[in-house]
Design a protein around this ligand. Structure first.
Ligand SMILES: [Zn+2]
Length: 408
């Protein structure tokens, strides 16, 4: 954050303090310009001048510095026939990339994402058995070495690695405290992967990263207060954006909405509690009533939408929607979000009967918070975790673009 205090006018000559303050303001302005083109897409210099309120020569200097850092490229606008000099278009560089890793029970997936937000490569390595942390790190490091040696062009610069973990991750140090389905406990996954690749590595919970991705680039684009819930094969994860920032909690563990109580007479959850959202609402139950197997989750939409009223499928959909509504009541009352985004099988549930879900949530939550809340399906699909994990790897450069000089 730039210090808003004005420079002391009594100083007889520029002091070291003033120089440092100048540097801080310049760095903050670099971050503002880079964030604009990263999130909103390519923009002309004149559009950046308007959006930031900075003057034209300042924008020109900032863009020049971002070009020198390799973070943006400038080009002449296509099809411009205006009289006079066209304003060059500033685009985040696709040659400045983040690598991403998503260890899951069935596969380890590695991605390459440009600063322009495009997923350039995704490599999925199927696991024979559920991988240990060191197995997953070894597989990921081998794929990364292969990508860097044979796929990525020699002028591509890698900022680092972002890891999306299906579990609880300590914000400081990227230690996986608990990934129940992988069976990992207190695994220093980020440090092990950093040692194996020689790249700076950060890790975070997958649903928290999904919330960032949907908030910046998906269904929640332009929304600052958003709650994201993802329904996966192994459970329900959650992430919360407050005023555009991820709500992490003190240790990075916030947003575990999958373990809120929805049924006090429910089943015992693997977390030890009774009647959690993810014990009452699950993909397995939907697959069972529709006769689909685990590899056919992409057919859930059609199977749920075509259910006859009163059929076992319709009864199960209604049961799960009503328990989901109990959890969302708590979400609305706790966070007063503008938007709730549902991903994975929760998106299929929503699509099966959106009116019932909204009606049940509105009927149970408090006036005020419930009035404006919207519920939408996630928009990014299979790219979501890759994009979210890349945002984690880009975070330091987005906060301080001058630090890009250190990228390899
Ligand atoms: Zn639980």
């Amino acid at each position: 954050m730039a210090d808003p205090t004005p420079a002391p006018t009594a100083a007889p000559s520029p002091s070291p303090d003033l120089g440092a303050r100048f540097d801080r303001v310049r760095r903050a302005n670099l971050a503002t310009v880079l964030a604009l083109v990263h999130v909103d897409g390519p923009a002309s210099r004149s559009a950046l001048t308007q959006a930031t309120g900075l003057n034209r020569s300042t924008i020109a200097a900032l863009v020049g510095e971002l070009v020198d850092l390799g973070l943006v490229v400038e080009s002449d606008p296509v099809g411009s026939n205006k009289v006079g000099r066209p304003s060059p278009v500033v685009t985040p560089s696709a040659r400045f990339v983040a690598l991403t890793v998503n260890p899951e029970i069935d596969a380890v997936t590695v991605g390459v994402v440009g600063l322009d937000g495009a997923v350039q490569h995704r490599v999925r390595r199927e696991n024979v058995d559920v991988p240990t942390a060191s197995d997953a790190a070894r597989v990921a490091a081998a794929v990364i070495a292969d990508l860097r040696a044979s796929t990525l062009a020699s002028d591509v610069r890698v900022v680092g690695v972002g890891v999306a973990v299906p579990g609880l991750v300590d914000a400081a140090g990227g230690v996986v405290r608990l990934a129940p389905h992988l069976g990992w406990v207190d695994e220093p996954f980020a440090a092990v992967l950093a040692a194996a690749t020689g790249l700076p590595t950060e890790a975070a919970n997958d649903a928290s990263l999904g919330a960032i991705a949907e908030g910046r680039f998906g269904a929640g684009r332009g929304v600052d207060d958003l709650v994201f819930l993802n329904g996966g094969a192994s459970g329900v994860g959650g992430g919360v954006l407050v005023a555009g920032r991820p709500m992490t909690g003190v240790g990075g563990f916030a947003g575990e909405i999958g373990h809120t109580l929805v049924n006090s007479a429910g089943r015992v959850c693997h977390c030890g509690a009774v009647g959690c959202l993810e014990t009452e609402v699950g993909q397995a139950g939907l697959l069972a009533v529709t006769g689909l197997d685990r590899g056919q989750a992409d057919r859930l939409d059609a199977a749920l939408a075509g259910a006859e009223p009163g059929s076992p499928v319709a009864v199960e959909v209604r049961r799960q929607i009503d328990f989901l509504a109990v959890a969302l009541r708590g979400v609305v009352n706790s966070f007063d979000p503008e938007l709730i985004v549902l991903g994975g099988f929760l998106g299929s549930l929503h699509a099966a009967d959106p009116d019932r879900l909204v009606e049940r949530v509105r009927a149970q939550s408090l006036p005020g918070a419930r009035d404006d809340v919207r519920i939408a399906r996630a928009a990014l699909g299979v790219d979501r975790l890759t994009i979210g994990a890349a945002e984690l790897a880009f975070a330091a450069v987005l906060a301080d673009p001058a630090s890009a000089a250190r990228a390899s």
